[in-house]
Design a protein around this ligand. Structure first.
Ligand SMILES: [Zn+2]
Ligand SMILES: [Zn+2]
Ligand SMILES: [Zn+2]
Length: 331
């Protein structure tokens, strides 16, 4: 049964999910690539190959779990966490353990099997963000959840087992370490300067311009000053906004535009790279509305994490973000 264990030395929660072992291995993996022609449970016409849908944007008059959808949300068939799991918080000696309560959903971005986010229309990308936003707002109603993490694994190297474009969503009963670390940093900065660190970064980056990939009046995308990975990008709303689930239609459309442009450029520069993408937003029970600013992190897969990265959390990046950004701007 899934549960969460806390490493007291690292202040880090781990999801222990032995049931995920039953998940089919991607046998279709050839030379570390997913086979695009393998049978696909996410394609239209195969709606019965997934658990029944939670929600979908679909054509008027079409039935749930049948074709006619543009975005479709289903439970993960091999969830790492389960909604019906009891929250059992009880220490085991000095160790903290918690029941594996949570949600694990798949957001199928499009009926089209072989397109990338960067190739789709602004309307389509906006619709995907809207579906993610709606699911987050809905899961927030469940008081057991602290955080919803929205992410995307594209390609085998990035951890995907299905080729069809999809996001994953996980509702968690704890705040993950990366967000926790960002909250601490944002708090220290705010206590010192009295401003949101993300807003200040956006101001400096838009003024300097050398690491900007794309900007318009509503959103900005740039290669972070201390990029961990070659061609790492961040997309942020320019106006201060702490919670993804509260983003209005105009803001979502701006961010969708910046996200789409950034991914389009990355697809050209790195030839449709395998990549991870994650949306970081304020935990539901945090009151740090003034300090935290939601954002999207894009991490193209370039090389496998080695001993330094895994063993210390320190990264070596062979491509200067200024050079990556200059190249991306030119595309
Ligand atoms: Zn498909
Ligand atoms: Zn801000
Ligand atoms: Zn972040």
């Amino acid at each position: 049964m899934p549960h969460l264990r806390k490493d007291p030395e690292k202040r880090l929660w781990v999801i222990a999910a032995p049931q995920r072992n039953r998940r089919p291995r991607p046998k279709t993996l050839i030379a570390n690539k997913l086979d695009p022609s393998a049978p696909c449970p996410l394609c239209p016409g195969n709606e019965d190959k997934t658990p029944p849908e939670i929600t979908a944007f679909r054509d008027r008059g079409t039935e749930p779990n049948s074709p006619g959808w543009s975005v479709r949300v289903v439970p993960n068939a091999y969830p790492a966490l389960k909604v019906e799991e009891e929250t059992i918080a009880g220490p085991e000696g000095l160790y903290d353990i918690m029941g594996g309560v949570g949600a694990h959903e798949i957001v199928i971005e499009t009926p089209e099997h072989d397109t990338t986010l960067g190739e789709r229309s602004l309307e389509q990308v906006t619709e995907i963000l809207e579906a993610l936003r709606e699911r987050t707002a809905d899961l927030k109603q469940d008081r057991r959840f602290e955080q919803v993490i929205l992410f995307k694994n594209r390609g085998a190297m990035a951890g995907a087992s299905l080729y069809h474009p999809h996001f994953q969503l996980m509702a968690l009963p704890v705040v993950p370490k990366d967000i926790d670390d960002e909250l601490s940093a944002a708090k220290s900065y705010f206590d010192y300067r009295g401003r949101c660190v993300y807003c200040d970064v956006i101001n400096q980056e838009t003024k300097q311009g050398e690491r900007i990939v794309f900007r318009d009046t509503g959103a900005v995308s740039f290669c972070p000053y201390a990029s961990r990975f070659a061609f790492e990008c961040r997309v942020m709303p320019r106006e201060h906004s702490s919670r993804f689930e509260d983003a209005g239609p105009d803001l979502l459309r701006s961010v969708a535009g910046a996200l789409r442009e950034t991914l389009r450029k990355l697809d050209i520069a790195l030839e449709r790279p395998d990549l991870n993408l994650v949306i970081h937003t304020l935990p539901f029970n945090s009151d740090m509305e003034n300090q935290y600013h939601w954002h999207i992190e894009i991490m193209p897969w370039t090389e496998q994490a080695g001993g330094l990265e895994k063993g210390t959390g320190m990264f070596i990046n062979p491509v200067l973000p200024e050079e990556a950004a200059r190249h991306l701007r030119s595309l």
